[in-house]
Design a protein around this ligand. Sequence first.
Ligand code: ADP
Ligand code: MG
Length: 344
Amino acid sequence: MTPISTLGEFGLIERIKNKFKTTHNQVIKGIGDDAAVVPIGNGLVQVYTTDLLAEGVHFDLSYAPLRHLGYKAVAVNLSDIFAMNAVPFGITVSIAFSNRFTVEAIDELYEGIKLACERYHVDLLGGDTTSSRQGLVISVTAFGQAKEEEIVYRSGAQPNDLICVSGDAGAAYAGLLVLEREKNSFVNNPELQPDLSDYDYVVARQLKPEPRGDIIQELREMGVRPSAMIDVSDGIASELHHICHQSKVGALIYANKLNLDYQTLKVAEEFQIGATTFALNGGEDYELMFTLPLKDYDKVKSSGNFHIIGKITPDEKQIQILLDTGGIADVEAQGWDHFRGENG
Ligand code: ADP
Ligand code: MG
C-alpha cells in the first residue's frame, strides 16, 4: 500500500485528473485551474469552484470565532472565482457537525456566511446538512460569471510579462503563528490573558480574509487584462510554480519587491524566520498573483493596490529569486501540504 504522502496534494490531484477525461465537449476548463469554466450562451461562461474547511486542519475553534469562520469559508471560494477574472453570484454551503454544536453556534456560523454574502453580493443557493462523528466540516461551492474572453487562466503568461501580487505577503501566516503561540501559553497558564493588540492586522488576515474583487474591478477600469492569474492560497512560491508550469515559462522575482506589512516583519523576526521565506511560503493570504504584458506598465505603475515583484522568463526550468544579498536562488514551491503533515 502506498502512503498518500509519496504523492502529496498536487500529485494526488494529478493522479485523479489523469483517470478522467471530460466527455462533454462544451466544457472549456475542467480540473487544473482555480475554477472550472462552462459556456452558458451569448458569449458568457459560468465558473465553478469548491473548497472544504475541516476542523483541526484548517481552523481551530479555540481561537477562530464561528462567525469569522463562516465568513472565511465563503471568502476563500470567492477568491478562486476572482482568480478567473469572473464575478461571483452564488454559493452553496454544506456542513457536517457533531452533537457538541448548538443552534446558537450554527447561527453564529451563518451570521458570518451572511456577512460575506452581503459584502460580496452573492446569494446562498442551497447546500446540505449532516452530522459528523467529530468536529465541524464546511464545504462551500461558488458560482461566478464572465464573458468568455474575460476569463484568465493560469496558463497564459508570456516571457517578459510583469509579475504582480496584490496587497502584502505572509500576513495570514504571521497571524496563525501568533494565535498558536497565544493558545499554547494559555494552555500552560490559563491565568494569562492574551494581548493581541500589537498583532491586530495579521490576526485579522488569518481569521477573516478579504478576497480581492476590488483588484478585478481596478484592472477592468485601467483597461488591462492579465495574461495569467491565480489566487495566493498556498504562498507566492507555490502559486508562481503553478503559473510557470501551466504557461511553460520561467520567472525571476526580486526579494526587495516583496511587500510585507510591518507586523508581519515583526512576527518573522520573533520566530526567527527570514522575511523572504515568510513572504514566499506563508499561506492563506488570498491575494491575487497575475501577469501583465510589459506594454501595460504605464497603465498600472501608479496603483498602490498591487506590486510588480518580477518578470516572466523563457526558460521553464528556471523559477528564481534575486536575493537582497545579490545572489540568485531557486524558488522552492513548499506550499501547505497537509498530506505531508504541514499546516492547513
Ligand atoms: P485552489 O487552491 O485554487 O482551490 P486546488 O489546488 O485545490 O486549487 O485544486 C486545483 C485543481 O484541482 C482545481 O481545478 C480543483 O477543482 C481540482 N481538484 C482538487 N481536488 C480534487 C479532487 N479531489 N477531485 C477532482 N478535482 C480536484
Ligand atoms: Mg486558487
